[in-house]
Design a protein around this ligand. Structure first.
Ligand SMILES: [Zn+2]
Length: 255
């Protein structure tokens, strides 16, 4: 079984949707496990980032239930099973100090800064039992978001616990600003290991299935693109550029 670890309700499909389709089409079992798929706390932390995100997502007080439904549809189209953990997105996570509740990641900048040592997500993931899988595919970390780095590190930790597990890293899509620079930066994290790219050629059926699946994440499209049409054009172009003219998704492995 192939287990794709997705920090948020969209990352694995955005980054690996073509590969997931290819695997299920040839009869492999695939599961997409999204870690930060839990409901927001009540009351919500009163922070600038939450006000901004909720306005952009336009899905009411609890946009996460809408996002879980989008993810079910997207993964269903690709033939993948779905598992949602109940951790909150980093913007919803809090720490309790001296009787006060403090938001751990209150601003846009904090999403790209260090993982807070008191972040409960790290320990919570380590005590989570994953479904039996022979291959675990985790974010490479080129999207430097704090939740992506936490899930990458969980993957590394899982492979230390179970050396028989095959660990693969996927390049996260879309990039924040500059894909090449962000990839170079992400690879420096693994400096004591050699990282080898593992390029997976995709058929037109894989590409078309991925684009249909990504379109299911209606609440997220406006975060990355002006329209669904722009998403299709840019996502297809990105896969084609990565394969020098033929669509691919790129993974990495430690050698
Ligand atoms: Zn994400």
């Amino acid at each position: 079984m192939y287990l794709f670890l997705s920090p948020h309700l969209d990352d694995a499909v955005l980054s690996c949707g073509g590969t997931i389709h290819q695997l299920t089409a040839r009869g492999e079992t695939v599961m997409v496990l999204t870690t930060m798929a839990g409901d927001p706390p009540e009351p919500l932390p009163d922070t600038p980032i939450i006000a901004d995100l909720h306005q952009r997502w336009q899905a009411g007080f609890n946009p996460v239930s809408a996002r879980r439904a989008e993810d079910q549809r997207a993964c269903g189209l690709l033939g993948a099973q779905v598992l949602h953990l109940d951790l909150g997105d980093c913007v919803y996570r809090v720490a309790h100090q001296a009787g006060k509740t403090l938001a751990l990641y209150p601003t846009e900048e904090s999403l790209w800064g260090p993982v807070r040592p008191d972040d409960p997500a790290v320990m919570s993931l380590r005590s989570t039992t994953i479904p039996p899988a022979s291959v675990v595919v985790v974010p490479l970390g080129n999207r430097h978001h704090v939740d992506h780095r936490i899930v990458r590190d969980w993957g590394l930790w899982l492979s230390q616990q179970s050396p028989a597990l095959s660990l693969r890293f996927y390049e996260e899509y879309p990039p924040e600003i500059d894909a090449t620079m962000e990839l170079e930066q992400a690879l420096t994290y693994y400096q004591d290991r050699t990282m080898q790219p593992d390029v997976r050629p995709l058929t037109e059926a894989d590409v078309a299935a991925k684009l249909r699946a990504v379109a299911c994440y209606e609440s997220q499209i406006s975060t990355f693109w002006a329209s669904a049409a722009e998403m299709e054009v840019e996502t297809r172009a990105s896969m084609t550029a990565a394969g020098d003219g033929n669509p691919v998704e790129r993974f990495w492995r430690m050698v």
